[in-house]
Design a protein around this ligand. Structure first.
Ligand code: SAH
Ligand code: MG
Length: 215
């Protein structure tokens, strides 16, 4: 670890200490997800806070998430929504969806959240409620990020925001791609930053958050 990494980590901890402390429910969601055998690849608290902050900035009410896992990021998102706000979240694995449903209920946001289980690319074309979305968060298989983005640009409102987790892929974006996920991210990053319909930004927080506003 370079001293630059250490400084960055210290800075993120400093900011998170002020803004993104986990409460007991978010902790329980992480722990219950782990006990159920889900991979520990949920967003970090400061990522969750960033999603909330973006939602507040644009007054998002209708949110789509691709990649639910145990509902950790979904809980951060749902908590930032107004009374009549809704989150639709897509998840491939039945087990993940079940754990997430329990966690959303635990967090008291179950009535705002709808989990749709199956391959996201199969379900996106069938979505009717929510369209156009105010905010879309991409965090599923990286190989499909380009397709998720292509769909999202068409289904987010003008002024709406698309956010994408792991755009740094722990630095693998700077190496020759080794699998379909590496490949997907390379294409995705290029798409996000060159699409003239978007105003993009890459936030170097954690594993990188790509953010773009639809013009
Ligand atoms: N957003 C979550 C983490 C998501 S991890 C959080 O921060 O709490 C990625 C998730 O995407 C996994 O649960 C995985 O099962 C799911 N996934 C992978 N491929 C998918 C696909 N094709 N369609 C929908 N979900 C998929
Ligand atoms: Mg992620």
């Amino acid at each position: 670890m370079s001293s630059n990494d250490a400084l960055r980590e210290r800075f993120e901890e400093f900011v998170a200490g002020y803004l993104a402390e986990e409460d007991a429910i978010l902790q329980a969601i992480r722990i219950e997800s782990e006990k159920a055998g889900l991979p520990e690849i949920q967003v970090k608290p400061l990522d969750g806070y960033l999603l909330q902050w973006l939602i507040y900035l644009i007054n998002a009410k209708k949110v789509l998430e691709i990649g639910t896992l145990g509902g950790y990021s979904g809980t951060w998102i749902a908590r930032a929504l107004p009374e009549d706000g809704t989150l639709i979240t897509l998840e491939l694995e039945e087990k993940h969806a079940e754990v997430a449903q329990r966690n959303f209920t635990r967090a008291g946001v179950g009535d705002k959240v709808t989990i749709i289980q199956g391959k996201a690319l199969d379900h996106l074309p069938t979505l009717e409620t929510g369209i156009p979305f105010d905010f879309i968060f991409l965090d599923a298989d990286k190989a499909s990020y380009p397709q998720y983005l292509a769909w999202s640009v068409e289904h987010v409102r003008p002024g709406g925001v698309i956010a994408a987790h792991n755009v740094l892929r722990r630095g693998r974006i700077f190496n020759p791609p080794e699998d379909a996920n590496d490949e997907g991210l390379l294409v995705f990053n290029d798409m996000l930053m060159t699409d003239s319909r978007l105003r993009a930004m890459m936030i170097p927080l954690g594993d990188g958050m790509g953010v773009a506003m639809r013009r």
